[in-house]
Write a protein that binds this ligand. Sequence first.
Ligand code: ZN
Length: 306
Amino acid sequence: MKKGWFVVGIIILFMMLPSVLALCVGDFNNDGFVNSGDIAVFSANFNKVCSPSDSQCLLADLNKDGKVNSGDIAIFSFNFGKSCNKKTIIFQFDDVQADWLENVAVKVVNVHISQGIPITIGVIAQNLKSQESNPNSLTSSLKKWYQNNSNIVEIAQHTYNHCCSYSSWSLFKQTEDMQRAQQEFASFGVYPKTFIPAFDWGNANMLQAALNSGLEVMLDATKNDIIQSPRILDNGTWYLYNFKTLDYSTVSNIVDKSSSSYLIVGSHVQDFQNQATIDKLALLLQQLKDSGKYNFKTAYQYYSSS
Ligand SMILES: [Zn+2]
């Protein structure tokens, strides 16, 4: 091959490479970008032969030849300025229902709306009905979110009345419960596509019952993510019980260490009865957003984009 063609080939290769890196080689500070923030680790170890215990040197040794030198500079400068594939965080918020902590549920969802960070809310269908027959503030909020904020707020079904585990129920009984709930939502114009079981994963009938009821995505599985119909999303569900760990460093650490490309961060409406907790959530969302490291999706948005 003539030299000229070789150069053209290299240029075309560069043009074809995506500006988003699948593997974030050179992102030493793990912020989702290979940029000036990563130079320090690199320059501190330049020209070193790495001893097996020198983790920083081994980190900077990008081509794994045991030394940090020009071969590593080539890789680092090639990746410089690029961003890495971002992980997705799905916020799941359970036990939302009429006549109990409605104001709390509305406050939490409003925090997500004002921050522009999606949330999937697991709503218990009983008592919602149309506003005319059974007025409650939650029904009108759900309707409003479904009509105006569907890019941020996903309304998922969390069974008809959260009475029971589905584990001993027949296919017929599970289908009946799910469809009864779907009808309740439909009575005020809301059509959930995601199902969150009440207490546990239930039994083998649950997937068929979901299909019978027009539900496409399942959360809270005991299994890992399985691509099938309906789609099970689970791998890495992490619950923020009591919010002792509701801070940026805890959440980002768990997401960064997870081997999955997404993490579901779950909570319950009852966790937010204290305004201070809602304020902590607002701060957490702001910091996650400001980090630039993550994508945020509802469960259904993740399902339809993956
Ligand atoms: Zn629940």
